[in-house]
Write a protein that binds this ligand. Structure first.
Ligand SMILES: Nc1ncnc2c1ncn2[C@@H]1O[C@H](COP(=O)(O)OP(=O)(O)OP(=O)(O)O)[C@@H](O)[C@H]1O
Length: 245
């Protein structure tokens, strides 16, 4: 068997039953290839977060095999979890500090990434001085400054208003097109899943019920979301979601 390239996540026949007897997942087969963005959509309680927690190594499968071949894995959650007493810049720099990257180098890199997420002018601000969308941009910058080959996103835009959400979707897939990290992304929004990902996995209760390939290369223009071809793919995902629920 050849070794997997960095950025690969693979679950084979994975099941998860918690200590209280709840079976959250049964027979999950899932692969995220290097540089591929895969989304999971499904009704509340179908097991999306459990898959992400398995991938993050926070919990172990009850059955089956899970392999993560990544030098660096980053996480982005719905709550940006920033340190309130540090500026945006110093929140992003923290990753380099923990890795003992020399000060000048980590500062330069953090400024570059803040610029990439459109926050160059807000580097000196504290989290309380930032809007919800700006805080999420800092959280994304903190994830990307580590130069991950795999990134795990647990509904990062779920708490944001529609306009902010659309602009962060555009930003994320631009960053994705440039950095080419592999990603597993959870969302409740079918449009978000189709716009961002290469493949949408539709979940039913504890299992993957269907898969839809999304044909367009990254970066994708924001207007794609208003086209007939986009509506056709999103419609297919919605129908499968209804069937699986
Ligand atoms: N630690 C735990 N102990 C027992 N049961 C759990 C635990 N964590 C999750 N579950 C159960 O596993 C199932 C799947 O939960 P999970 O959080 O993965 O769903 P989800 O699809 O992410 O839901 P949502 O969209 O609402 O976030 C649910 O029935 C949940 O109650």
């Amino acid at each position: 068997m050849t070794p997997e390239s960095p950025g690969t996540l693979r679950l084979t026949g994975v099941s998860k039953t918690f200590e209280d007897g709840t079976t959250a997942l049964t027979g999950i087969d899932l692969t995220v290839a290097p540089g591929e963005l895969v989304t999971l959509v499904g009704p509340s309680g179908c097991g999306k977060t459990t898959i992400l927690r398995l991938a993050a190594g926070l919990i172990a499968p009850s059955e089956g095999e899970l392999t993560v071949t990544a030098d660096t894995t980053s996480f982005v959650f719905q709550d940006p979890t920033l340190l309130e007493w540090r500026t945006a810049l110093r929140n992003v720099e923290l990753v380099g500090e923990l890795r003992h990257v020399p000060r000048a180098e980590r500062r330069t890199r953090a400024l570059e990434v803040l610029d990439a997420v459109g926050l160059a002018d807000a580097a000196a601000k504290h989290p309380r001085q930032l809007s919800g969308g700006m805080r999420m941009r800092v959280s994304i910058a903190r994830a990307l400054v580590a130069q991950p080959d795999l990134a795990l996103f647990d509904e990062p835009f779920g708490a944001l208003d529609e306009i902010t959400r659309l602009s962060l979707q555009t930003l994320l897939q631009d960053l994705f097109a440039r950095a080419e990290f592999g990603a597993l992304f959870i969302t409740h929004s079918v449009n978000e899943a189709v716009y961002l990902s290469d493949r949408v996995l539709v979940m039913g209760q504890g299992r993957i019920a269907a898969e839809v390939a999304v044909p367009w290369p990254h970066p994708r223009p924001p207007e794609l979301r208003y086209s007939a071809e986009f509506a056709a793919v999103a419609g297919r995902v919605s129908a499968l979601l209804e069937e699986a629920s």
